[in-house]
Design a protein around this ligand. Structure first.
Ligand code: KG4
Ligand code: ZN
Length: 357
């Protein structure tokens, strides 16, 4: 049995969790800063790191307590997000993890945040099947506030990037359009709520890069954002009231369906092209109900098992960092990082040197 304390502070959630054997959550604490940042309409980096400093120790203590762990020394390793993310935010988590690793003598495992999102699918949660231990190749769609990537995963820790966004990430597009429509922060959940009563067919929006060709597996969302900006200007020029709830709902619904269409289309194309045996979606935007249902019907039709984390594990959390750390620890015969570990704000997805490779 391997129990890992995981710490995640890459953006605006201060999170700590205890994960057993990569799959079983003993505790999962997320102290969100959403309220703090909402008055700025986005994440304010200095405010985020200062808040992490205040919240990190209580989050770790709570994670230990809820898991019934009397002391860190009773665990097997400390895992922490090294990047990508905001430098000042990452530093708080990395320093806390280094301090604990030094004091306890436990190994320190640095984890890539995106890899954490991927491994959120391996965590067991009530009411849904977790990803099988090993069923590759898998096509993974990572859709978060900072990233939109299509990955071909051929084994644990073996990633090939098939495509990524050329400009805005999907979550960023949700956030920017929500700001344009004055719906508040974070934009994704606000857009989903507003879209609920909307007619997604009312406005025909572009489906960027849907054609085959060199950008077959890449994404672009800034054109869609501009289309929304132009559309709202045209509507205002025609004297439409941009505060009208039905108009806002139709705008949000039309935008949401355009994003979901493109994401699922490219993911399904990649799954068919690379012979995926399973597919999964992860990252904050995977909480989106329309994206989830659109993907479910598409992959049901293709008879491909689709995995999406439960809502609590879609957005940033430390449980996913503990899951990713466990699989690397297991498959690289316990490779750990040194205490000189530093943050890497633009850290690319790693490729583990798996034993026997
Ligand atoms: O993974 P995450 O928590 O943080 C990053 O690593 O970026 O993702 C946050 C992003 C935000 O852009 C947020 O608006 C989006 O995920 N998001 C959603 C939904 N919930 C969160 N986007 C669409 N629909 C949602 N329900
Ligand atoms: Zn994230």
């Amino acid at each position: 049995m391997t129990r890992i304390l995981a710490i995640e502070t890459s953006c605006d959630e201060t999170a700590a969790a205890i994960v057993e054997n990569g799959r079983h959550l003993l505790s999962n604490v997320v102290a969100t800063q959403i309220e703090l940042h909402s008055r700025f309409g986005g994440v304010f980096p200095e405010v985020a790191s200062r808040q992490h400093v205040l919240a990190i120790q209580p989050a770790i203590q709570q994670a230990l307590q809820e898991a019934g762990v009397a002391h860190v020394r009773a665990l097997d390793a400390i895992a922490v997000t090294q990047g990508p993310g905001l430098a000042g935010s990452l530093l708080v988590g990395v320093n806390a993890a280094k301090g604990l690793a030094f004091a306890s003598g436990l190994p320190l495992l640095a984890v890539n945040h995106l890899e954490g999102h991927i491994y959120s699918n391996w965590i067991e949660a009530p009411g849904r099947p977790a990803m099988p231990e090993s069923n590759f190749p898998a096509v993974i769609l990572i859709v978060s506030g900072g990233h939109t990537e299509l990955i071909l995963m051929s084994g644990h820790g073996q990633y090939r990037q098939l495509g990524a966004t050329l400009d805005d990430a999907a979550g960023e597009a949700f956030d920017k359009v929500a700001r344009l429509l004055n719906l508040g922060f974070p934009g994704g959940p606000a857009m989903q709520r507003t879209a609920q009563t909307g007619n997604a067919q009312r406005f025909a929006l572009p489906r960027p890069l849907l054609q085959n060709g060199e950008h077959r597996f890449n994404f672009s969302f800034s054109g869609l954002k501009t289309a929304m900006l132009n559309l709202t200007r045209q509507l205002a020029a025609k004297g439409e009231d941009l505060h009208d709830p039905q108009l806002l709902a139709d705008l949000a619904a039309s935008f949401q369906v355009a994003v979901a269409d493109v994401l699922v289309h490219k993911m399904a194309d990649a799954a068919a092209t690379f012979g995926a045996r399973q597919v999964c979606i992860c990252g904050g935007v995977s909480a989106n109900a329309l994206l989830r249902s659109t993907a479910q019907s598409r992959f049901d039709a293709m008879h491909l098992p689709l995995y999406i984390p439960p809502l609590s594990l879609c957005t940033d959390n430390a449980a996913m960092i503990g899951a990713a750390a466990f699989y690397r620890w297991r498959d690289t015969t316990k490779m750990a990082n040194g205490l000189s570990l530093d943050v890497v704000p633009n850290l690319p997805l790693p490729h583990w040197a798996v034993v026997g490779e």
